[in-house]
Design a protein around this ligand. Structure first.
Ligand code: ASP
Ligand code: MG
Length: 411
């Protein structure tokens, strides 16, 4: 008998109707003779609503109480889903993160899963039950409830698949899979049949928020194949695995597998920073102490022993950044600073870049032909990212998608 792990995101269980549809999907897998363990997120916007509610009562709630609160979202959905299945005549049982054996490291809000003891889950599966597990949560060695960061149910599902040595790990979501670009903007984007872990990590980290990046890291580490697919239809989705072959047409070798964009970018520049050892260390340790998640960093060449340093982070970190820039300018001292929130990040991703030079040149040529100014550039082995004005994102996405041969001509 095969063991299947299925994960359903919040939008897939966002209403009673959707909950029933998910239950039918699970029932199908059970009817086909599989042992089915399901990980589920909180219904719809529950997590956001709970965050908003907490802020009304305390603008700076403690992380412990936030985890206590947010973990209830998943606890509602597991019980409701188990009831739905029971009402359909299936033997189902819901388990919290603790009951399902998720041990976490004690870091409220950003916990990592240290180990998973699947004894109880296996027992229930062997008794013929469908097991519904709360995603996004675990308990630390003191019994404290920890959550795994936004989107953490994906990571719960991968961990459960590892713990159960599952044959299949399906991640159900509200899109058909992973696309070459956002299909709402790029009409000629298409669903990749396969994508490698590394490419998926780059895409995920860049706003193609189909999977929590940590879930992809974990899947890569243990070689768990993921099938990302829609909970609204039976189409094949995207398989995330070690080596991907995404070419629809074997004749045509694609070097770039996708063009991603991220609008959640804040660009901060410090002008006239003294050029001496220790300055960057000082600036970025102050930012890290405040919990600002810095993405790109660029330092200009030095003139007159001064230089400019720019970095990007998420727009939600704006208040934290602003709270210390004044004092950083005074301490260093630097000349001044700017904070700009009208920029976005565009990235081209593809494992083919490792062996094919010229991707950056093509990208910059596309920008120059379209009169798109580049503010910052950063690269990894399989990705090139540029910060551009947010108004130019649509134009940039469309023209890069064409230039890298990604357009689906039948679309
Ligand atoms: N409910 C949590 C969130 O909204 C976890 C998840 O959906 O995976 O982030
Ligand atoms: Mg999600």
């Amino acid at each position: 008998m095969a063991i299947m792990v299925q994960k359903f995101g919040g939008s897939s269980v966002g209403s009673p109707e959707r909950m029933r549809r998910v239950a039918r999907r699970i029932a199908e897998a059970a009817d086909a003779g599989n042992q089915v363990a399901v990980v589920v997120s909180a219904m719809g916007d529950t997590t956001d609503d709970l965050i908003a509610l907490s802020r009304e009562l305390n603008p700076r709630p403690s992380r412990r109480e936030m985890d206590m609160l947010l973990s209830t979202g998943e606890q509602q959905s597991i019980a409701l889903l188990a009831m739905t299945l029971q009402n359909m005549g299936y033997d189902a049982i819901s388990l919290t993160g603790r009951q399902a054996g998720f041990h976490t490291d004690g870091a409220y809000a950003t916990a990592k899963i240290l180990s998973i003891d699947t004894g109880r889950v296996r027992e229930e599966l062997d008794a013929g039950r469908i097991v519904i597990v709360a995603g996004f949560q675990g308990v630390d060695s003191r019994g404290e409830i920890n959550t795994l960061g936004r989107g953490g149910s994906d990571t719960s599902a991968v961990a459960l698949a590892i713990g159960l040595n599952a044959d299949v790990c399906e991640i159900f979501t509200d899109v058909d899979g992973v696309y070459t670009a956002d299909p709402r903007i790029v009409k000629k984007a298409w669903k990749m049949p396969e994508v490698s872990y590394d490419e998926m990590l780059e895409m995920a980290a860049m706003g193609a928020l189909v999977l929590q990046p940590r879930s992809v890291e974990l899947a890569k580490q243990y070689g768990v194949k993921l099938h990302v697919r829609s909970s609204f239809n039976h189409n094949e989705g995207t398989i995330v695995k070690e080596e991907a072959n995404m070419n629809k047409d074997m004749e045509k070798e694609l070097i770039v597998c996708g063009v991603a964009h991220d609008m959640n970018v804040l660009k901060v520049t410090l002008f006239g920073v003294p050029d001496r050892p220790g300055v960057a260390g000082d600036i970025f340790s102050q930012l890290s102490r405040l919990g600002v998640n810095v993405d790109m960093i660029v330092q200009s060449g030095s003139r007159d022993m001064r230089q400019d340093i720019s970095f990007t982070c998420g727009r939600d970190d704006r208040a934290k950044v602003e709270s210390i820039m004044q004092s950083i300018v005074r301490q260093l001292p630097a000349e001044n600073y700017t904070v700009v929130d009208t920029v976005a990040k565009i990235s081209v991703v593809g494992a083919g870049m490792i062996t094919h030079p010229g991707v950056a040149a093509t990208m910059f040529k596309v920008f120059s032909e379209n009169k798109v100014n580049i503010w910052m550039i950063s690269t990894s082995e399989i990705k090139i990212s540029c910060i551009i004005d947010e108004d130019e994102v649509t134009k940039a996405l469309l023209s890069l998608h064409t230039a890298f041969g990604l357009d689906d001509e039948n679309a």
